[in-house]
Design a protein around this ligand. Sequence first.
Ligand SMILES: *[C@@H]1O[C@H](CO)[C@@H](O)[C@H](O)[C@H]1NC(C)=O
Ligand SMILES: CC(=O)N[C@H]1CO[C@H](CO)[C@@H](O)[C@@H]1O
Length: 746
Amino acid sequence: MGNKEDESHSHPLFETRKAKGRLIHRVFSFSLFLGILFIWVYRVSYIPRKSEDGKWVWLGMFLCELWFGLYWLMRLSLRWNPVFRQPFTHRLSQRYDDDKLPGVDIFVCTADPVIEPPMMVINTVLSVMAYDYPTHKLSVYLSDDGASPITFYALLEASNFAKHWLPFCNKFKIEPRSPAAYFKNEIYSNDSINGKGELATIKKLYQDMESRIENAAKVGQVPEEIRSKYKGFSEWDSFSSPRDHDAIIQILLHRKDLGAKDIDGVVLPSLVYLSREKRPQVPHNFKAGAMNSLIRVSSIVSNGKIILNVDCDMYSNNSQSLKDALCFLIDEEKGHEIAFVQTPQTFENITKNDIYGGALSVIYEREFPGMDGFGGPMYIGTGCFHKRDTLSGKKFNDQECFNHWKSDDQDINNDQLITETSLDLLEEKSKAVLSCTYEKDTLWGKEMGLLYGCSVEDVITGLAIQCRGWKSVFYNPKRKAFLGLSPTTLAESLVQHKRWSEGGFEILLSKYSAAWCAYGLISPGLQMTYCFYNLWVLNCWPTLYYSIFPSLCLLKGIPLFPQMSSPWFIPFAYVTIGENTQCLLEFLWLEGTIKGYWNDLRMWLYKRTSSYLFAFVDTIFKSLGFSSSAFVISAKVAEENVSQRYEKEIMDFGNSSPMLTLLATLALLNLLCLLGALLKGGLGIFVTLPLQVLLSGVLVLINLPLYEGLFLRKDNGRFPSSIAFKSVVVALSVCALSNVNVFTTN
Ligand SMILES: *[C@@H]1O[C@H](CO)[C@@H](O)[C@H](O)[C@H]1NC(C)=O
Ligand SMILES: CC(=O)N[C@H]1CO[C@H](CO)[C@@H](O)[C@@H]1O
């Protein structure tokens, strides 16, 4: 239809739509805000005179509610102006033939061959090699911070398997293109493939490869006959440990190498294995360090203009998403100001009611579009398409950037074939930039590449890019671009949130603080949304306060909220009901279940009272110069039943982490207070202290799985008895002490 117009370049490659129903949402939010104001007024006007009546506790409640109200305003900014993006891939195909498309370098990062099994890693690699994109413009790099010969061996196997897999994908147009994901779902396999024989052949090839790799992983080493056949393994001759070794790089496939063709004679994407040099005395800067090595090596080997990076557990679920993302980055009118396109993290192993709140759908479906409306989402370290030069520290300059993108693609400039010696040379050249001293006295990690020194290197890097004047785009297609894995135990989930919230807080205190340093550089709306995330940790104090003191006061019979007959009851009821209904509806709208919402609420509480608290304490310790993590978390228990319990949605407490002790203690405290109050005051407390009974009651109900894990369960996922014992003792003593008048000192 619009064929002629499309060719005239007048139609953009993507469109931006504003969300519907913004007015209703704003009016409703305004009414909630009035309710919050009334609550503040109530707190200030009715401060008890005497401390026996809970004067100090009351003032604390006021501070909490003040914080909750202000934080609610920041949260509102995320919902104020959401936008949704839609790319037009068909226009891209009409205007850009294969030779005009930019080169794309894809980075996959892995760090530990045990936690991230090589089979998972190569499935991700194969899925991105199989993008629907001209293969001579595509290069895939695997950075292995574990420097594991088994991972290298797996990638070697994958490079051979790709010679069959890529033609198969193209011939039958199959999706998804991660072999494991494809074979797991026989439904896909059966409908679209008429060549059943070919399906059986490729499946057999895959399974043979899988068993070879898994055998090697089980034995812990690569079979001798393979080691001797490929010179690449000699790189490990001087190897002493993953923390102490030379730089390793092996170009397994190179698009200009005659051998790098698939069985149909089509060029394969380049494929590179690398592991940067590491020495115990030189800080390696974790994933940021690995990413910067990748940026440098790829600039030597392929120098694609676009960089996509994914975590090794996130395979591509859509072979078109690369072209989708390009629509934003090379759009003639607006593309020049966009630095990166972020897709959401989505997970394939989320269970129906999502016990650990791992889906994060509210963040990605509701809140990121809100950031996008103010100038762009943050960079979350995976599933993100960058322009190479913005990632390397370039400032935005309207005219210059505009022209730059018009100029021709220089990354693939000569068509000369590459020989074995020139491959060796290329590897030697790359090794120089993988050396652990290369970055000394350079701007890497400070202004170039990913920034160092923050637990969420990705977020701070994205913010720095936005502060240099660039925009970003959030692209969230219905069929998800990448699928990963979400934590499957409570401890893992809490540790993950600790890292995220700690990183956010570090950003707030850093020189890129969204609160003050970004002022004038990014829009005020975007500043507020960043602050919302970077202030996660501070929620620990009011939430802890709110889940301890009202219950203790309930036990002592001290009222902290208005009576039901008082008009002041109305704002409390309105804000509570209004806010929760809104959240519930939002959750159900995103295809969550009611039980899922309840689980999410529990995780909300647990994150705030443990992850954020520990993150806060750790950040303060670190900034005072103490070495971090006084609270080292015990290693993952590699246990058979963990995934079974996860699939049955039974919470896993089987980890003796201080976070779990704290949660158990709080839960018991609430139970004791509620029971104690019922014993003392009988049912009368429902009338005299209705809101406190409600609060304690909800806290007890939400903790039911935890009580089960403490006292009733027998499986390995229950609380270790040492934690149960400790938490009972602490909770009992707090209750006893509070009755001896500690909290109402006079
Ligand atoms: C992944 O891709 C498959 C088929 O290609 C699709 O049916 C499925 O909905 C996708 N998954 C998600 C979460 O979008
Ligand atoms: C690695 C892992 O835990 N995968 C599981 C994710 O969840 C799905 C279904 O919920 C399981 O089938 C996978 O085994």
